[in-house]
Design a binder for this molecule. Structure first.
Ligand code: C2O
Ligand code: CU
Length: 482
């Protein structure tokens, strides 16, 4: 073959390959400014296609606030800072201050950004707040820039264990410490020890409430302890109690119905999820709660790590509790059999371009972000969603603004207590059927809480028809929610 012909063939082949590639690359570019409400494609889940995603007209999310008048029962000011060591703090500490409210109280949090140049927001993870208080930059508000402030006001409608964290450049800021615990208690006085166990890994060291290793749990024999385990990391963790049988009192801020005693088993806590463990300190006074990697709370920590068996750290139980069959059945308050929307949220992985970058990215129903489904609902809908994962990794899926209930896993129906959740581990190869009532109008993120995965495209939205947002991702406000 003559040289010039060879070159011609090579050039032709290159164009044939790069031409379509260039097209896909171009298609994948996320515009520098875009409105989340008009992102992707509308998926009506077989329900009525009335109403539209609006960028003009419709209900503005910023009107969907908590009570704008009235003195707050709980008022907190949180000042966000990026410290010299790179950590993110609120009022100079990480975790940020623990916020406690009684069910029904009006909570007001004033967020001040001291020096975080990327901007900050606060999201109330697991609290089904009105949309404008949800704290997602570019969807429900603009990121709060240095020198600015933003006031969140909402009624703590449900008792339970929650947490708050930034939802601006969240994969960096949450990892770096921009979070804290939020506990809402029942109005009735309850005796015993109520202990937050916020687990976070800083620079590879697992901590409880900021402390690595063992910490003291001040509890006497016969006292009942409620340990509110909060997983603020990106991976699932295991928690277990030794020295006494324990119960799973609540999952994701919802009481478990008819919990039974557990021993020699651990409980998996989804990234972003919470599990309340309750136990009675035995007569010996020795009890211990482990969350893995040597981080533990023990009633005997002062003595240098004597565990209940007198031998310090206890081995991790091999078996785990399955929430699908734990506890006793109870009424859901709605009938999932009457679902009028049925959505698929199928998580895969495929080669392509994400915002112009070639790679192997997470896909949703075969699509790459931002060309992903917008799950459309109207208020009062009963929604069923099938979340399937064939992507090779576990994904802790988190829907904002709603609690959903697990109906089945891999075709096996739930038989235990209603398993309400806001954060759910969907393992590789697993399929969950879940259901919820659409009762909180707005535009809500539905994403993976391994926040690096969210940045890498594992993020969609649940949107109520006729709701619009004036906020945009990117642009002058510099909103980067993930
Ligand atoms: Cu805990 Cu969208 O977040
Ligand atoms: Cu993920």
């Amino acid at each position: 073959m003559r040289r010039s012909v060879k070159i011609a063939i090579a050039v032709g082949a290159t164009v044939a390959i790069l031409g379509p590639l260039g097209y896909f690359w171009q298609q994948s570019l996320v515009p520098s400014t875009y409105n989340m409400a008009t992102m992707g494609y509308a998926d009506f889940g077989g329900g009525p296609q009335t109403g539209h995603v609006h960028s003009a007209g419709g209900l503005d999310v910023s009107t969907l606030t908590g009570p704008s008048t009235g003195d707050p029962d709980v008022a907190v000011t949180l000042t966000a800072r990026r410290e010299k060591n790179g950590k993110y703090t609120l009022n100079g500490v990480t975790p940020g201050p623990e916020i406690r409210a009684v069910k029904g109280q009006l909570v007001q949090v004033t967020l001040i950004n001291d020096n975080v140049t990327d901007g900050v927001t606060l999201h109330w993870h697991g609290v089904d707040v009105p949309n404008a208080e949800d704290g997602v930059a570019g969807v429900t508000q603009n990121a709060v820039q240095p020198g600015e402030q933003f006031v969140y006001r909402f009624v703590a409608q449900d008792a339970g264990t929650f947490w708050y964290h930034s939802h601006q450049v969240s994969h960096e800021q949450v990892k770096g410490g921009m979070f804290g615990a939020l506990v809402v208690t029942e109005p009735v006085f309850s005796e015993g020890i109520d202990q937050v166990v916020a687990v976070h890994t800083y620079d590879g060291r697992r901590t409880i409430n900021g402390r690595p290793g063992e910490s003291a749990l001040a509890a006497r024999p016969q006292q009942v302890v409620r340990a509110r385990v909060i997983n603020t990391d990106a991976q699932p963790l295991r928690a277990w109690v030794t020295g006494a049988p324990y119960r799973v009192a609540a999952i994701d801020g919802r009481e478990v119905h008819g919990p039974t005693d557990i021993s020699d088993k651990s409980v998996v806590v989804t990234a972003g999820g919470r599990v309340d463990l309750s136990f009675t300190v035995p007569a010996s006074g020795l009890a211990r709660l482990d969350v893995g990697a040597g981080a533990a709370l023990t009633t005997a920590a002062a003595g240098g790590g004597a565990g209940p068996a007198g031998g310090g750290a206890t081995g991790e139980p091999k078996a785990t509790i399955d929430f699908l069959s734990y506890g006793a059945k109870a009424d859901l308050g709605f009938d999932p059999g009457k679902a009028n929307r049925n959505f698929d949220y199928r998580i895969g992985r495929r080669a392509g371009f994400l915002d112009g970058k070639p790679g192997l990215w997470w896909s949703i129903n075969g699509h790459l972000f931002p060309d992903v489904p917008m799950f459309m609902v109207t208020t009062g809908d009963i929604v069923k969603m099938t979340i399937a994962n064939n992507s090779g990794e576990v994904h802790p899926m988190h829907l904002h603004g709603h609690h959903a209930v697990v109906l089945s896993r891999d075709g096996v129906a739930a038989t235990g207590s209603p398993w309400w959740f806001d954060s759910l581990d969907v393992g590789d190869g697993e399929t969950y059927e879940i259901a919820f009532v659409a009762d909180n109008p707005g535009i809500w993120v539905d994403h993976c809480h391994n926040l690096q995965h969210a940045v890498d495209g594992l993020l969609a939205h649940l949107a109520y028809t006729d709701v619009r947002t004036p906020f945009e991702v990117g642009g002058e406000a510099g909103n980067k929610p993930e």
